[in-house]
Design a protein around this ligand. Structure first.
Ligand SMILES: *Cc1c(COP(=O)(O)O)cnc(C)c1O
Length: 360
């Protein structure tokens, strides 16, 4: 498939580029984006901040993104009663870049995750050249602490990933289970990476409050989901300061553009407004779950802004394609007989249920 003259790494040659299809649709419910666009006031504030930053675009940006990291730490403190500072926070172009930096810094033996979970964890592992191990979950996809501990002890990975709430299933792991796993991960010489991309939609406590006692716990967050800021690409991590020092070894110089930093600082100022739709999305999630049940379908428990559902007779790929023909784009996550739908706005959710009821 690749031409012979191209010296592509042999471990990359069997791969094809991965990503959710970006297709025009009436209802785009496939990538767990927030359906609510920025308000006019926020658009204007971003425009003004970008205009100001543009007067010095001949210069490189703040290489350490100090103001933004301070702002992200204080947002986390506000929600969790913690006292993190700039040296506990690291920001990058989406949490995907954060994950890549973790592999560059710490991916020297193996990485472990519990599938099905976020598909980018194993993909970035592969690209970084780190051995990836698929850990075990229950048959209904829920997290099983005993299985997880068993896999950590057996594999002794440098990096253990958990995602809570988990994507694509939606279930959240309790803080006591995360703490129990953190102990075992630490005893086996690794780091526990807790991907909390959907934390704002969940009522479970954040793992950030474990960091003081367990400095090998790293929490990943993003502005792409609850914050409704996916287009800007800002992800961050909260961790012990020595983890941040390690991030500085592997980051590219000036990785976060001045425009990104300026826009993200405005979004933090508008956090109350941006996060005000979280409650509505949770209510809509529960309503959508009821509608799916009323159609005779089953749903996995979700503490996020999406629902994994099953119980339809067609294949996932066929139902996915037929929904798209009706203008509704959802996600085939590669689990046979399951599909995942993101919670959209009222019109999108209605369109989804209407199209689905016509196809079952
Ligand atoms: C969406 C998602 C991310 C976010 O990635 P960004 O690069 O920050 O947009 C990270 N982790 C999980 C589990 C996700 O579902």
């Amino acid at each position: 498939m690749w031409p012979a003259w191209l010296p592509l790494r042999s471990d990359l040659q069997p791969l094809t580029a991965y990503g959710a299809p970006q297709l025009p649709a009436e209802a785009s419910l496939n990538t767990n984006e927030n359906p609510y666009p920025p308000s006019i006031a926020l658009q204007q504030a971003i425009t003004a901040a970008v205009a100001e930053a543009s007067s010095t675009l001949n210069r490189y940006p703040d290489r350490d993104a100090g103001k933004l990291r301070a702002g992200l730490a204080s947002y986390i403190n506000e929600v969790n009663g913690s006292s993190f500072g700039t040296n506990n926070a690291w920001a990058a172009n989406g949490s995907n870049e954060i994950i890549q930096s973790l592999f560059l810094a710490f991916g020297n033996t193996a990485a472990l995750g519990f599938t099905p979970s976020y598909s980018m964890h194993p993909i970035i592992s592969l690209v970084a050249g780190t051995k990836w191990v698929n850990g075990k979950r229950n048959d209904d996809f829920s997290f099983n602490l005993d299985f997880a501990i068993h896999d950590v002890v057996l594999t002794k990975p440098n990096l253990t990933f958990i995602t809570t709430p988990n994507n694509p299933t939606g279930d959240a792991i309790s803080i006591s289970e995360i703490e129990a796993l953190a102990k075992v991960v630490g005893e086996n010489g690794g780091l526990l990476v807790v991907d909390e991309a959907y934390a704002e939609f969940s009522s479970e406590d954040s793992a950030v409050n474990l960091i003081a006692e367990y400095p090998h716990v790293i929490v990943i967050r993003t502005m792409s989901k609850a914050f409704a800021f996916a287009g800007v690409r800002v992800g961050y991590l909260i961790a012990d300061p020595v983890v941040i020092d390690a991030m500085m070894l592997v980051r590219l110089p000036y990785h976060l553009s001045a425009l990104t930093q300026a826009a993200a600082l405005v979004a933090l100022d508008f956090r109350e407004e941006l996060l005000s739709n979280v409650g509505a999305l949770i209510t809509a999630r529960e309503d959508l779950k009821d509608s799916l049940h009323a159609l005779g379908l089953q749903t996995a428990p979700s503490a996020a802004n999406f629902i994994l559902f099953t119980g339809f007779k067609k294949s996932s790929t066929q139902l996915w394609a037929q929904l798209l023909e009706k203008g509704v784009l959802i996600r085939d996550v590669g689990l046979s007989s399951y599909l995942r739908v993101t919670i959209g706005n009222e019109a999108e959710n209605k369109a989804f249920i209407k199209a689905l009821s016509e196809l079952l």
